[in-house]
Design a protein around this ligand. Structure first.
Ligand SMILES: [Fe+2]
Length: 265
């Protein structure tokens, strides 16, 4: 008898208008081709590289993004703050201290069953948030009372921190995938306990750029050490992410596959 599977497409940080445009052109076809039951995308760079606006959130959900995750940049457009409170499917990292708007976790109905999505943020080289491992573990325990299909977007600079979390929760969540660095890693695997892992999904942004930003400013910034504001590069974007296939009953991952959809000409 065929196992009850849930197929989840997770997309890396959508960078600016070119990232949004790539999804507009390709997400429908990709979703059909991959037979994805659920699409989760990190949206924290969608508004010109810095945060998200309600209008862009509407565009992305209209294209078929079911759950939006985020990270340190989500606060930069203040007009999204209310939406963080009002929209269950828009997450910010769960391990912020008490006070900021929004939530970091949601349980949604996919065509193949309930899926919990948990968004965490690392601390190495980032803000001094609550411990993502302990806070994340406690939230996983709560979510498991409702569903075993749990996927985590761990938004962090440090691969070591992302991997430590994945190894700690191995067997209790379906997948831990990283975001934030904009560079897709090649370390995808299903860990011994049944948790799929990928260090970073990469970005949905222009590959011929400096992590989605205009190259010259990035070079000037590195040479001068001046905090020059990076501007998004508007060249055509690639789509980066991963497809995770989950056994709906156990919640264990059956496979994880990197997705790279090159820019359309
Ligand atoms: Fe980030």
């Amino acid at each position: 008898m065929a196992r009850n599977q849930i197929r989840i497409l997770m997309l890396g940080d959508i960078v600016g208008a070119s990232g949004v445009r790539a999804l507009f052109l390709q997400l429908g076809g990709l979703r059909t081709h991959l037979r994805a039951d659920l699409v989760i995308a990190n949206v924290e760079n969608a508004a010109g590289g810095y945060g998200l606006t309600p209008a862009i959130a509407d565009k992305l959900t209209g294209m078929g993004v079911d759950v939006m995750t985020s990270g340190n940049h989500i606060w930069q457009q203040r007009e999204i703050w209310r939406r963080l409170d009002d929209d269950q499917r828009l997450l910010r990292p769960h391990n912020y201290p008490e006070g900021p708007p929004g939530r970091g976790t949601v349980i949604v109905d996919s065509a193949a069953g309930k899926v919990a999505v948990l968004n965490l943020e690392g601390r190495a080289g980032m803000a001094n948030l609550r411990d993502p491992i302990r806070v994340g573990e406690a939230e996983v325990a709560r979510l498991r009372a409702t569903t075993r299909a749990i996927v985590v977007d761990f938004h962090a600079e440090s691969l070591d921190e992302k991997e430590a979390f994945a190894l700690r929760v191995d067997g209790t969540v379906s997948a831990v995938v990283g975001s934030h660095t904009h560079v897709q890693t090649a370390d995808e695997r299903v860990l011994k306990g049944g948790t799929a892992f990928l260090g970073d999904l990469g970005m949905t942004g222009p590959p011929d750029s400096a992590i989605g930003m205009q190259m010259q400013t990035s070079i000037d910034r590195s040479l001068s050490q001046m905090p020059l504001k990076l501007m998004v590069d508007e060249a055509t974007a690639a789509i980066c992410g991963a497809l995770v296939v989950i056994d709906a009953d156990s919640g264990h991952a059956l496979s994880i596959e990197r997705i790279y959809q090159p820019p359309t000409s």
